[in-house]
Design a protein around this ligand. Structure first.
Ligand SMILES: [Cu+2]
Length: 351
């Protein structure tokens, strides 16, 4: 499990991508290899079903997920993950399809996958990314995740690193990973490609996203009237997933009540209802250090169990900020570089 210090993904790039969307480019074509894909899907389902039946140990939910890694636009080198299907089967055997919560197009950051502590996810990745430099069709793209448990076959790296096998999808073959959000893995974690272009992957080209593992306690600690209070997870109205790049925040807003996810791009204006509880999930990507601030607010630090007003976040580090919305303010990176690059967005609280 090696990590890299990622190159920057600039705001300019994001704006190019946004403008491509505005032009209503069709970014969502199903490739012609559908027959092969269907075969792979059927095989994957048989494999998953057999596997789970054999193990029969998990008491949590089983997530069956299918995602694509694809080019953001044929003319750009940028890539992104797209959710194809997400079904959740609970311990009573009842399955619900929650695919409609996600964007139907590939987005940066990629789809936020939300699990509960105790859940297992079987994630099949497909690739539709051609590489003109590698016409053998076997260049690998992957899902490498932090924080949760998995076996060597689900590391999502190349044989060069894991000394076992290339663990990724190619143009002609999918790859299925199994993530175990075992008790003790609650938190917010990054996932990203580790195989494309180099043995560190194309994370810097847009292939990254977040995994939220909600605690089995179903509670969140929050500052209420100057003291740390434990509140119900169901009281969270919105989850803001903000990746901190070297020069911008880029994110997804999740309506925590419905699960609906909305891609909000760079330094987005965030909104909340006064009195509602919200969470910021911050993940740093790139090489810079950041100082997250939300002036006027303080929140519990999970490690020290004290209320803090700012948090240093280094490359590949993450931090969760849960607050009760009170007054409008801004969120920002308070480092010199962050201020110089105007790394800030508004946090608008409506009565
Ligand atoms: Cu990593």
């Amino acid at each position: 499990m090696s990590h890299k210090a990622c190159a920057e993904l600039s705001v300019g790039v994001l704006q190019m991508i946004v403008s491509a969307y505005r032009k209503k480019q069709n970014l969502n074509k199903i490739p012609k290899r559908m027959a092969i894909c269907l075969l792979v899907i059927v095989n994957a389902i048989l494999f998953v079903t057999g596997n789970v039946a054999a193990q029969g140990v998990s008491t949590g939910n089983l997530h069956r997920i299918e995602m694509y890694a694809e080019k953001q636009h044929p003319d750009y080198e940028y890539m992104a993950y797209r959710m194809l299907r997400h079904e959740v089967t609970n311990s009573a055997g009842i399955t619900s399809d929650i695919t409609s919560r996600y964007s139907t197009t590939a987005i940066i950051p990629g789809p936020t996958i939300i699990m509960d502590e105790g859940d297992v996810a079987e994630i099949t990745l497909y690739s539709s990314i051609p590489n003109p430099d590698k016409i053998d069709l076997y260049e690998s793209v992957s899902l490498h995740v932090h924080g949760v448990h998995y076996d060597i076959v689900s590391d999502g790296t190349l044989k060069y690193i894991n000394l076992f096998q290339d663990e990724g999808a190619t143009l002609v073959q999918s790859y299925t990973y199994r993530w175990n959000a075992a008790v003790g893995t609650a938190g917010t974690w990054p996932y990203h490609d580790h195989n494309m272009n180099t043995h560190n992957g194309a994370e810097d080209k847009g292939l990254f996203g977040a995994l939220i593992v909600n605690p089995v306690s179903k509670t969140v600690e929050i500052n209420q009237g100057g003291s740390i209070q434990s509140v119900s997870l169901s009281s969270i109205e919105k989850d803001y997933v903000l990746y901190i790049l070297d020069d911008a925040f880029v994110g997804t807003v999740i309506d925590s009540q419905t699960g609906q996810q909305t891609s909000v791009w760079a330094n987005p204006a965030l909104t909340a209802q006064a009195g509602s509880n919200v969470r910021f999930h911050l993940i740093a990507l790139g090489t810079n250090f950041h100082q997250f601030k939300l002036p006027g607010y303080s929140w519990p630090d999970a490690v020290t169990q004290t209320l803090i007003e700012e948090k240093a976040i280094g490359p590949l580090e993450k931090h969760v900020v849960a607050v009760q919305a009170g007054t409008s303010t801004v969120y920002m990176d308070g480092t010199f570089a962050g201020i110089a690059q105007n790394m800030t967005g508004s946090f608008n609280v409506t009565p």
